[in-house]
Design a protein around this ligand. Structure first.
Ligand code: NAP
Ligand code: G4F
Length: 299
């Protein structure tokens, strides 16, 4: 049997790079969609040593024709849709752009699949942000959504359109409701890398402090390379479905900062300042995921 092939939309991001490595190791032919920027952004693929092993295709989520072209060229068995304006804070500054890219972009891909080959399997990068400020102490696939940002509203649309294409057209389409996941490849504006990067600079004497926003927010933080395996597992099941991927532990930003400074032999209180600049108009206070379904069905 010939090897399978996959398109990763958003291959230049954290998850895209780790998933590309994971699929290459499984023997897949990997196509990666990237958007044209004035300066190429392939550092993660280079860091993982796989830049020369992936087939890169330029396309943009706001340009449906470019997505159609990419799918026709690569004839994939599976599409992993990981591209998004993924920074929650920026979605308050660019709410319409976030809706276009993070919301409608998903429909553009699903429409392309429907017209070109509805047998292509589809993974949608859904998120724990969908739960927003839901009152439950732990969230699973049945917990009601209550999005609390333009980003989460756009992702809610993406979640539902994925289900709608599954139920209307029989497309094998899955939502992975992934809780926060981090790694050395995480973008520097997200809080974990922002903190770890600042700790390193402070230790090296390049900086003396870091400004943060809401220190009380709690997140369920996991490890990105493990989470991309869960994405793949969802597309290997007999039936398409939606799954929560999480660790079942919640920790605050304050705890994270405390630990990060402690590891470097520093007291966080001497270096962390709270700045209004990093407070969001609305924030999600508490996320903790119940992964029972994924444990039972995906192992
Ligand atoms: P990321 O590092 O921000 O990567 C996002 C990717 O989307 C990048 O490759 C980016 O390209 C691409 N992109 C943005 N706008 C685009 C456009 N208009 N056309 C084509 N590509 C575009 O995000 P991540 O952490 O890997 O997360 C992957 C996905 O999972 C995202 O959809 C995110 O919303 C979702 N998610 C993430 C987490 C998490 O904790 N990491 C949790 C739940 C869900 P550039 O490199 O050019 O910017
Ligand atoms: O690291 P964050 O920016 O991640 P956030 O908002 O939870 O979103 C990430 O995880 C989602 C899954 O739940 C993804 F869907 C999304 O794409 C993204 O990957 O912020 C985490 C928490 C927030 O409560 C934020 O207000 O940290 C708080 N925080 C406090 N100070 C800060 C800062 N966040 C950032 N980015 N920068 C700060 O200075």
């Amino acid at each position: 049997m010939p090897n399978k092939s996959a398109i990763i939309i958003g291959i230049t991001g954290q998850d895209g790079a780790y998933l590309a490595k994971f699929l290459l190791d499984k023997g897949y032919e990997v196509f990666g969609i990237f958007r044209r920027l004035s300066t190429p952004n392939f550092w993660r693929l280079q860091y993982l040593g796989i830049f020369d092993r992936v087939n890169l295709i330029p396309a943009d989520l706001i340009d449906g024709t470019s997505l159609v072209e990419a799918i026709k060229i690569s004839e994939p068995d599976e599409i992993y849709h990981l591209a998004a304006q993924s920074f929650v804070g920026a979605s308050f500054e660019q709410p319409v752009g976030t809706g276009e890219i993070t919301g409608l972009g998903t429909t553009r891909i699903l429409e392309a699949i429907r017209h070109i080959n509805p047998k292509i399997k589809f993974y949608q990068a859904s998120t724990s942000e969908l739960y927003g400020n839901n009152k439950s102490g732990i969230q699973n696939e049945d917990t009601p959504f209550r999005p609390a940002s333009p980003y989460a509203a756009a992702k809610l649309y993406g979640y539902w359109i994925t289900k709608i294409y599954r139920e209307s057209y029989g497309i094998f389409a899955c939502n992975g409701i992934l809780f926060n996941h981090e790694s050395p490849l995480r973008g520097l504006e997200f809080v974990t890398r922002k903190i770890s990067n600042a700790v390193a600079k402070i230790v090296l004497g390049m900086e003396s402090s870091i400004e943060l926003g809401n220190l009380e927010a709690k997140r369920d933080w996991g490890y990105a390379p493990e989470y991309v395996e869960a994405m793949w597992l969802m597309l290997q099941q007999d039936e398409p479905d939606d799954y929560v991927i999480a660790t079942n532990e919640a920790h605050s930003v304050k705890e994270f900062a405390q630990k990060a400074f402690e590891i470097a032999g520093l007291n966080w209180k001497n270096h962390v300042k709270v700045s209004q600049k990093f407070l969001r108009p609305l924030d999600v206070n508490f996320l903790r995921g119940d992964y029972s379904k994924a444990k039972e069905k995906l192992g």
